[in-house]
Every structure is written in structure tokens, then in C-alpha cells.
Design a protein around this ligand. Structure first.
Ligand code: 13P
Length: 253
């Protein structure tokens, strides 16, 4: 199985011209023999143009389009958010659900995340469900288990089977002060904890796990060489084409 590399651009780059530049560079490194699956999640304002860029050159073969969020309502709601059907019409295939910065900086609750997950599934999108504890102090494993159970509450086994899970501990995300990446062993242990929590209700033997949190060209290899880790979710490094291409190279086996 190819490894999966997800680029989460968050609120970057500042302009469409820069987005084009990043994608041109990534197109170049795909032509240089990268053999990994790639998902690019741009900010909503660039989704339509990025969809067009991903339809050209080597990107057309090797890259898919993702969104960073979805409304828990369908088209026609009055909240000014972006609906699943709108994303699908633009060619989006994947969507990040419950990204930690939404959970912790915008106060997105497990209930809201659960509703967004349902909206993604209703629209036929592949949810990349983000889970991760805030700190490693105290009862963090209980926190992770409770977040996992609440995020997937009420779903069917078939629905859970359609999800990818990104383990992304908040303390490891590069935008946090003192952030440092988890160790591969620590990440695998947490993934196993998530898996066990879900295994009480669902068959997760085939569920795909990604690691996110300060992934760089220097540490990507040690995460990606673990068989339990199917890919990486990359924030900061994903808008620096040189760094991101090196991560894609590392993911190529
Ligand atoms: P960094 O790679 O910048 O730590 O961001 C991780 C992340 O939030 C990706 O979703």
C-alpha cells in the first residue's frame, strides 16, 4: 500500500498566485518519481482553483482534493458555511473533520464534530477524522478515549469503515508554543488506544491511521516506516514546497 500524505494548508498561502506556485513545485516532484498518495486541503477560497490545478499534469494522476471543514447542514441552510454537496460539486473527495485547531481554538465540541462527520458521510466524502489529546498531563488517555467515543457516537460499523483517522496530539502541533513531535512509538500507542476504544463497537481492523503534529522531512521517515502508520497529516511544512517534496520523497517506497 502506498503511504498517504495530506497537506493541510490551514489559512495559507496568502494568495492564489502562491497556491499555484506551491502546486507547480509539487507537480515537479511528482514527475521526479514520487510514489505516494497525496491529498491537498486548501482554504475554501482556493478550493475551486486548486481543483482545476489538480486536474492538470502529474497532479491529475497523483493528487486528490480535500477540504478543511464542512457544515453540519445541507445546501440551503442560512449559516454561511460550506455544505457537503457544494464541496462534492467542486471535486472535493476528502474532508478534515474535527481538526484540533477547530476543537481547541474555536471550541468545536465532540457533538459538533460528530454532526460534521455525519454530514461528510451523507455527502459521500471521505472523512479524515482528527483525534488527539490536549496535553500529556494527567488522564490524557481517558480524554482521548472519551473524545474518540463521542466523535463516532451513533455511527454504523459501515460508516466508521469509510473514515480515515488522523492522530494529531494538540501539544505536538507546530503552532503551539513548545510544540514537539510525538515519538513514533508514542503515536502508535495512542493509535492502538483509539483502535481499542472503537473496537468495542466497530470493526476497525482495517482502519487507516495517519500521524500529524510537527511532521518535517527530518522526522517523516521514522513515522512512515511504522506499519501501523499509513500516512502523515502535514501542516506548516506543506506550504513550503522544498520541505513538502522531501516528505513526499520519504513517503515513496
Ligand atoms: P504542523 O504540521 O504544522 O504541526 O500542523 C499539523 C496539523 O495541524 C495538520 O493538520
Amino acid at each position: 500500500m502506498k503511504k498517504l500524505v495530506v497537506a493541510n494548508w490551514k489559512m495559507l498561502p496568502a494568495s492564489l498566485a502562491e497556491a499555484r506556485e506551491i502546486l507547480e513545485r509539487i507537480d515537479g516532484c511528482l514527475r521526479d518519481g514520487v510514489d505516494a498518495d497525496l491529498v491537498v486541503c486548501p482554504p475554501f477560497v482556493f478550493v475551486e482553483e486548486v481543483a482545476q490545478m489538480l486536474a492538470e499534469g502529474a497532479l491529475a494522476e497523483g493528487a486528490s482534493l480535500g477540504a478543511q471543514d464542512i457544515a453540519d447542514r445541507d445546501e440551503g441552510a442560512l449559516t454561511g458555511e460550506v455544505s457537503g454537496p457544494q464541496l462534492v460539486k467542486l471535486g472535493v473527495r476528502f474532508v478534515l473533520i474535527g481538526h484540533s485547531e477547530r476543537r481547541w481554538k474555536l471550541g468545536e465540541s465532540d457533538d459538533v464534530v460528530n454532526a460534521k462527520l455525519r454530514a461528510a458521510l451523507r455527502a459521500g466524502l471521505v472523512p479524515i477524522v482528527c483525534l488527539g489529546e490536549r496535553t500529556r498531563d494527567g488522564a490524557w488517555q481517558e480524554e482521548l478515549a472519551a473524545q474518540t467515543a463521542a466523535t463516532f457516537r451513533g455511527l454504523t460499523a459501515g460508516q466508521v469503515g469509510q473514515c480515515l483517522i488522523a492522530y494529531e496530539p494538540v501539544w505536538a502541533i507546530s503552532t503551539n508554543p513548545d510544540a514537539k513531535p510525538d515519538t513514533p512509538a508514542g503515536a502508535v500507542q495512542s493509535m492502538s488506544h483509539i483502535r481499542q476504544t472503537l473496537a468495542d463497537h466497530f470493526d476497525v481492523s482495517h482502519t487507516t491511521f495517519l500521524y500529524g503534529g510537527s511532521v518535517t522531512p527530518a522526522n517523516a521517515k521514522e513515522f512512515l516506516e511504522r506499519p501501523e502508520i499509513s500516512g502523515v497529516l502535514v501542516g506548516g511544512a506543506s506550504v513550503h514546497p522544498e520541505e513538502f517534496c522531501r516528505i513526499l520523497m520519504v513517503a515513496t517506497r
